[in-house]
Design a protein around this ligand. Structure first.
Ligand code: SAH
Ligand code: SF4
Length: 396
């Protein structure tokens, strides 16, 4: 804000405990004040500096005078689907642009069916997390939270609405982790009691914003208390990113999902131009270097494009391809979700069913991801900061 004499605000949200301790020490305060700040922002989910009463009033005033603010991303708009899914437009720390975050109260099934979640079905209540009249003490959330890593995306997959935005900017670690904290606060999630899966499958390609994405994961695990085994990152196949990811320690490494989306290089290059740079073989080699935890599987996502990638011979090719990788793997099928001006069609329900059966028949674990929130443009590949509803659903 040059010319106004006002210095830009500095944000505490997104910093680690030790970075916060250093700032406190620079102000002549003891280092443990940093831990108090971290607890207030990340555990108690306090949004305003003035409300952090573990710090003295004088210190809070001093921080404000020096232009410090919490700066947690803020939910600016909410769209609610008939199926209970909520899509949020979340304002970044600078407040100038928004990203999309999605809350799916009963998960999306695509993330279940995983060995690490055995027993899930018994605890599913089938009740929306925020159902009126359900006392908080009786409620047990079982939800999936989908967060964004970039504003827009540079990868240009032909079937994806987010691609139409192009890449506008990378999100900061605070903006990535902050989407989760803002929604956990809205949904009154209790870490440890509620079962929340987190997927990095919103806008953007996490592995093209690698350092910020991993810094956010560390915050989510170390400060916010989520388990990396309940997190899944999806990549379109950025090989150098997967290679770095393979070196991450298991305590902070989410599970991995690869957007395969086609049965062979020819078709994949057509619908995902990135495949010309890193074809399927290079991709699989990179994935092999990731040391999986016991019972962990790699997910291959496969978007079924009507008449293009949903034929019976494609299913057989996918089965062969997945088997040849030798990896413990499962396939998540996603029926293509439409978007204005995207030249594909939704697959025929019979084709989807046959595809799934065919994979299962070849011994491949295959799950169909239930489309969530299509009426509010919240489903996979529909995130484009749309402010209209697709159907006549009232805003809440
Ligand atoms: N950029 C990352 C993560 C976000 S996309 C990636 O591509 O993996 C999350 C998933 O949605 C990907 O598997 C992608 O292939 C899928 N997807 C994109 N557009 C879609 C659409 N229109 N319908 C269904 N799935 C779509
Ligand atoms: Fe980007 Fe993923 Fe969409 Fe491809 S599918 S354009 S990588 S968000």
């Amino acid at each position: 804000m040059s010319g106004t004499g006002v210095s830009p605000r500095k944000f505490l949200f997104g910093m680690t405990r030790s970075e916060l301790a250093r700032i406190m020490q620079e102000l002549g305060e003891p280092a443990f004040r940093g831990a108090q700040l971290a607890d207030a922002m990340y555990r108690q989910r306090i949004e305003e500096l003035t409300a952090i009463t573990t710090l003295s009033k004088t210190l809070r005033e001093r921080l404000t005078e020096e232009n410090w603010a919490v700066g947690r991303p803020r939910i600016a708009q909410v769209f609610r689907s008939v199926d209970g899914t909520e899509r949020y437009l979340v304002e970044g720390q600078a407040g100038a642009d928004t990203v999309e975050t999605v809350w799916m109260p009963e998960g999306d099934e695509g993330e279940s069916g995983d060995g690490s979640e055995a027993g899930d079905e018994e605890v599913a209540t089938g009740r929306p997390a925020t159902a009126p009249g359900v006392r908080a003490s009786l409620r047990r959330n079982r939800a999936t939270l989908c967060i964004s890593s970039q504003v827009g995306c540079a990868v240009n997959c032909q079937f994806c609405l987010t691609a139409r935005l192009g890449l506008q900017r990378n999100l900061t670690p605070g903006e990535i982790a902050g989407q989760a904290v803002a929604v956990l606060a809205r949904q009154a999630v209790e870490i440890g009691r509620d079962r929340v899966n987190l997927v990095f499958m919103g806008m953007g390609e996490p592995f093209l914003n690698y350092e910020n994405f991993m810094a956010a994961v560390r915050l989510l695990v170390e400060e916010i208390g989520l388990s990396p085994q309940r997190m899944t990152v999806s990549t379109s196949g950025i090989v150098p990113g997967i290679q770095k990811f393979a070196l991450e320690p298991p305590e902070v490494r989410p599970k991995l999902a690869i957007s395969l989306n086609a049965p062979n290089n020819e078709l994949r290059s057509e619908i995902m131009p990135i495949n010309r740079k890193w074809p399927i073989e290079a991709l699989v080699d990179a994935v092999r270097a990731v040391r999986l935890r016991p019972r962990e599987r790699v997910t291959f996502e496969y978007v079924l494009l009507g008449g293009v990638t949903d034929r019976p011979e494609h299913a057989r090719q996918v089965a062969r391809l997945v088997r040849r990788t030798g990896l413990p793997a499962k396939v998540n099928l996603i029926a293509w979700n439409p978007g204005p001006g995207v030249p594909y069609s939704t697959p025929d329900p019979d084709a989807v069913d046959n595809f799934k059966r065919s994979l299962a028949g070849e011994g491949i674990a295959a799950y169909l991801r239930r489309p969530r929130g299509r009426d509010i443009y919240a489903a996979c590949g529909q995130l484009k900061r749309t402010v209209e509803q697709a159907g006549p659903v009232p805003l809440v």
